[in-house]
Design a protein around this ligand. Structure first.
Ligand SMILES: *Cc1c(COP(=O)(O)O)cnc(C)c1O
Length: 407
């Protein structure tokens, strides 16, 4: 009997323009300066939190134009310290966007407060200030605007609402180091701003974060909470000639930055403007490549803001295509183009559905966007040719899977 072999038809065919070498979605840009910085800390005899951390805090402060900066071990801990310093606790509500990384809402949950999502704007993918007031109750204590991909939120409207209802503004600026809103750097607007220096972010310390603020009381409290809540850190204790006792003022956390991270950060900070310039140039190359492809919606742009281009996020008009975003994703990945998805709307993740009863249709714009977004590689270590490869591959998919109009 002849054996019948069934060849399962490969649904996702490889595209014509397959790259020979995989283009990673992201690679950090680390040079000689970072290595020398780390070595000098290792050789100094003091590798914990000390002078380098303070130096990095001072440089970040200068760069963003804030009065205070406190280094942390991540943006997540920076957010948690900020909520804690603002006195957020059980029975409170905190407003944020569902189009974000889980950390933004997880930290609200940790305080015992309730995360309240507000839908986003379809063009900037940021929280829609016009919908915030509807979500405010007597329990609302704070708003966490997330500057998605590095595009600043409409802060003047958010500040107005915060003033009217006496709310804290704690910015999640994990994507927005270097972004500007009407000539003011993100980090100098609102009560507190939290940055991430995680490996993939615009500048990195490997892992790390920072809170910036102009409020001395909040700054002092965050500094205290970030290092056990004790009256004097180890570095200061060893500076004096005589031994001084320290004591616990608050039951703090262990969330501080330390000198090896700060040394990398100091070297990275010197390169941030150059990094953003390259990101901008690459974003323009993508924009131009997709100009004549109506199935691909490119990121929003506006004159009054400076976009840090942490991410280059396109949206696919699925109505005009015969493939889903996930299928496009798989074709690109198997064609050696690394991609990312930022984000699948957070209210639809299991924990948030189960704990708070969120469901489909709660935030229609976030859901629409969540099914259609795809982030393309964008980082200084790429070559222009890499950007063109990624753009060509995406365009080829759009052309190949375009719905034919039947009249
Ligand atoms: C990366 C990221 C975080 C978390 O940053 P960590 O430094 O890794 O804690 C928080 N929010 C957003 C929007 C992020 O992209």
């Amino acid at each position: 009997m002849r054996k019948k072999t069934i060849f399962k038809k490969l649904v996702l065919r490889e595209i014509h323009l397959k790259r020979k070498v995989f283009l990673p979605f992201f690679r950090p840009c680390i040079g000689r300066e970072e290595r020398e910085g780390v070595n000098s800390v290792l050789d100094s005899g003091w590798i914990g939190k000390g002078a380098k951390t303070e130096e990095f805090e001072n440089e970040v402060k200068k760069y963003v134009g804030s009065k205070y900066a406190i280094g942390t071990n991540s943006c997540t801990s920076a957010l948690e310290l900020s909520l804690s310093a603002a006195g957020i606790s059980r029975e409170d509500e905190v407003i944020t966007t569902p189009m974000t990384f889980p950390a933004t809402a997880n930290v609200i949950v940790h305080t015992g407060a309730r995360p309240v999502f507000v839908d986003i704007e379809k063009d900037t993918l940021n929280i829609d200030p016009g919908k915030i007031e509807n979500a405010i109750t007597i329990k609302t204590k704070a708003i966490i605007p997330v500057h998605f991909a590095g595009y600043p939120c409409r802060m003047s409207e958010i500040l107005k609402i915060a003033k009217k209802y006496n709310l804290f503004i704690i910015g999640d600026a994990a994507h927005a180091f270097g972004s500007e809103y009407y000539n003011r750097k993100i980090g100098s607007i609102g009560d507190l701003t939290c940055f991430s220096f995680y490996a993939t972010k615009n500048i990195t310390t490997g892992e790390g974060g920072m809170v910036t603020t102009n409020n001395k009381k909040l700054a002092d409290k965050i500094r205290l909470l970030s290092l056990h809540g004790i009256s004097s850190d180890a570095w200061r204790r060893f500076q004096g000639k005589t031994y001084k006792h320290w004591e616990t003022i608050l039951p703090g956390y262990k969330y501080n930055m330390y000198d090896i991270q700060a040394a990398i950060g100091l070297a990275q900070l010197k390169k941030i403007d150059k990094f953003i310039k390259i990101r901008e140039n690459y974003a323009r190359i993508y924009d131009k490549a997709f100009e004549d492809t109506p199935e691909i919606i490119i990121p929003a742009m506006q004159d009054q803001i400076k976009h840090s281009y942490h991410l280059y996020v396109v949206m696919f008009k699925l109505e005009d295509l015969t493939v889903t975003r996930d299928e496009i994703m798989n074709i690109l990945q198997s064609s050696n183009i690394g991609i990312g998805v930022h984000y699948r709307a957070l209210h639809l993740h299991r924990f948030y559905r189960k704990a708070y009863g969120f469901k489909r249709d709660d935030f229609p714009i976030a859901e629409y966007v969540s099914d259609r977004v795809l982030s393309l590689p964008l980082y200084p270590k790429m070559a222009k040719e890499d950007v063109l490869d990624a753009a060509r591959a995406v365009k080829e998919i759009a052309a190949k899977y375009k719905k034919r109009k039947i009249f």
